[in-house]
Structure formats: structure tokens, C-alpha cells
Design a protein around this ligand. Structure first.
Ligand code: DON
Length: 343
């Protein structure tokens, strides 16, 4: 590393501490801190232990700057957010054609846990609803349960830049109460859409949902996708570049379940939510957002998370189809007028 490069990263980390963008995030946090609507998920009993006032917002830019406010170290289970990334691994393992033959990419307009398959093809509608996610987990390769789980954890390590662990009580809580998911898996087995290692795949699905992350991890994962599949801090590739487009397309159309249309209209960023209270959102070529706040709306999406992403998208013109001049210039707000050339 050259001295110049050292100075640049020093400057950028000092900016990350002092920039007006940090003040903006603090204000955003204060704006929604007192929002007390929504309910913490309790259909998986262990999730009901989350505190409703936990709230963290983290942004990671594609050049590796990290901005956070609130409870960004608080661990929680990734839940459905895992589905987008598992879809990417399934694509890498099997190729598009085969994965498409097992899971469609059509939004359902229905709840994430609906027991419904495409009537003509018997495929689950998309990899973001539970049925589709169980089918994509089935496609993860490996010699037995341990190796498959190891590959999944290793993939999440590449995205987050750190080793992740499974919350065993949440895993057991899901396994004990997950009969609806079990029903979906057997329905898909009936139609030959999944292999007959049902118990192993369901365990793997419950385990992937029980991986513990924090808001910063979610921002890093989104920033990795925003950066074409390369983690902007470690420089490690997390997913083959060819499949980034597939993953973020399905995130945009299906990532927020039966609120995906409204989300795309208002926020316009590929995103994925989880019943643990996390949302990860991708501003392609710019940054990743991770928000954590456990109270959910009736569709299973974090209420504060939606508000935060909506404000950030509007204020910095991050909507995919934004053509109007945005209210704030993101780069100026991040750099705070302190150009790195001044160093
Ligand atoms: O299978 C389930 O129901 C959970 N493990 C995941 C659901 C979820 O996160 C839906 N997201 N909003």
C-alpha cells in the first residue's frame, strides 16, 4: 500500500466520522425513533424476545465507507433476507436454466408464507417467498448437511467480511413450529420440484434463516451487490458477476412480498426484508443500506425500515427510475466539501 493510498483511506474514514451525511443519518434516526407502530413477529416464538425499540441504520458505499447510527452492533436473525443470497448461490451451483426450471421469478401478490404453486408448471412463484426459498435451498450443493451449511455460511462470510453464527434457539424454535413450511416442502416433493431429502433441506432452510447478522452486515451485503458482487471493504468476490443482475432483479420485483409494488413505486431500490426486522437495500453502483427495527407491518416488513429507506431514496434521488434532480447531492454530503485532493 502506498503512502498516498494510506492518506486517502485515512481521509475517507475521517470524513465518514465527520461528514454531514452522518448528521443526516442521526436526524433520520431521531425522526423515526419514536415511531411505535407495528408488531414484533411472534409466530416463531423465539423472535418475540426482540426489543421493539432496537433501531439501527447503516450505509456502506461502494468505495467502502461505513456510516452508522443506533443499534448497528445488535445481532438478530437474518430470516428471509437470506433468501436473496441463497438464490445467488443456487444460480452459481446450477446455472440459470436449471434454477428457472425449479423456481419461477413471478411476484405472487400474496403473503410470504402462502401455500401456492404455479398451476401450469408446479413451480413456486419466486425465490423470495417461503416455498421458493425452500426450493432454492434444496439446490445448494454439497456432500451432506454439514458441507451444504458450511458453503452457505462461507458465502455469507464473503458478503459481510466476517464469520457468522447460527442462533440455535431460533433455529430450534423454527424447526419445532415450522409445519407450514414443512407442508410446502411436501407439496413441492409431490410435484417433483424438490429432492426427497426434505428434512435435511428444511433444517438447512431454518438454519439459514437463523444466521445472526447486524445492520452493518446487511449494509455490507447490499453494498457488495451494489459493487457488482465484490465486497467493497475486503475486496473479496461474494458472487459471480453474471448472477448479480438476476438476484437484484428478483429483489426488486419480489423482495418485499405483497408490498413489492408499493415499495418499487416509493423507494425504487432492490431490497429484501426479514421478519427479524432487517431490511437490506441496494443502490446500484452507489451504496448499500442496512436497517434493523423489529416492529413489522401487516405484510412482515420492518416499519421503521421502510420509512428510513424511503427517505434516503427520496432525499438522494436513489430511486432506480429517478430522472428529477435530487434534493441532496450524495457525494457532496458524504465528502462534506472536503475533497480528498486537499490531503
Ligand atoms: O420461514 C419463515 O417463516 C421465516 N424463517 C422467514 C420468514 C420471513 O422472514 C418473512 N419476511 N418478512
Amino acid at each position: 500500500m502506498t503512502e498516498k493510498h494510506d492518506l486517502k483511506s485515512l481521509a475517507s474514514s475521517i470524513n465518514a466520522v465527520a461528514s454531514p451525511f452522518r448528521s443526516y443519518l442521526n436526524e433520520l434516526y431521531e425522526k423515526y425513533e419514536s415511531l411505535n407502530d407495528g408488531t414484533v413477529a411472534d409466530y416463531i416464538p423465539e423472535l418475540a424476545l426482540a426489543k421493539p425499540d432496537w433501531f439501527g441504520i447503516c450505509i456502506v458505499t461502494v468505495d467502502g465507507q461505513v456510516f452508522d447510527v443506533g443499534n448497528c452492533d445488535q445481532l438478530f436473525t437474518i430470516q428471509s433476507i437470506s433468501k436473496a443470497f441463497i438464490y445467488g448461490l443456487a444460480l452459481e451451483d446450477n446455472g440459470r436454466e436449471y434454477v428457472n426450471s425449479k423456481v419461477s421469478v413471478e411476484p405472487t401478490g400474496e403473503a410470504f408464507n402462502s401455500i401456492v404453486l404455479d398451476e401450469k408448471t408446479n413451480r413456486p412463484y419466486n425465490p423470495m417467498v417461503n416455498a421458493g426459498a425452500i426450493a432454492t435451498t434444496d439446490l445448494i450443493k454439497g456432500n451432506g448437511a454439514t458441507e451444504r451449511l458450511k458453503r452457505i455460511l462461507d458465502m455469507f462470510r464473503r458478503y459481510t467480511g466476517r464469520e457468522l453464527n447460527i442462533n440455535v434457539p431460533v433455529f430450534l424454535s423454527e424447526k419445532t413450529t415450522g409445519n407450514r413450511n414443512r407442508a410446502m416442502a411436501y407439496l413441492m416433493l409431490n410435484f417433483g420440484m424438490v429432492s426427497d431429502r426434505i428434512d435435511e433441506t428444511l433444517d438447512l432452510y431454518f438454519q439459514q434463516c437463523s444466521i445472526m447478522v447486524n445492520a452493518q452486515d446487511l449494509a455490507m451485503m447490499a453494498a457488495t451487490l451494489a459493487n457488482g458482487g465484490v465486497n467493497p471493504v475486503t475486496g473479496e468476490r461474494a458472487i459471480d458477476e453474471r448472477y448479480v443482475q438476476d438476484v437484484i432483479s428478483v429483489m426488486l420485483t419480489c423482495g418485499m412480498y405483497d408490498a413489492s409494488g408499493e415499495w418499487t413505486y416509493n423507494v425504487g431500490m432492490p431490497a429484501k426484508s426479514g421478519v427479524g426486522g432487517g431490511i437490506t437495500a441496494v443502490a446500484l453502483g452507489k451504496l448499500g443500506i442496512g436497517v434493523f427495527s423489529p416492529p413489522l407491518d401487516e405484510k412482515g416488513n420492518s416499519l421503521r425500515g421502510i420509512k428510513v429507506c424511503s427517505d434516503i431514496s427520496r432525499d438522494f434521488g436513489l430511486h432506480l427510475f429517478n430522472v428529477a434532480k435530487s434534493e441532496k447531492n450524495l457525494q457532496e454530503w458524504i465528502e462534506g466539501g472536503n475533497s480528498l485532493d486537499n490531503w
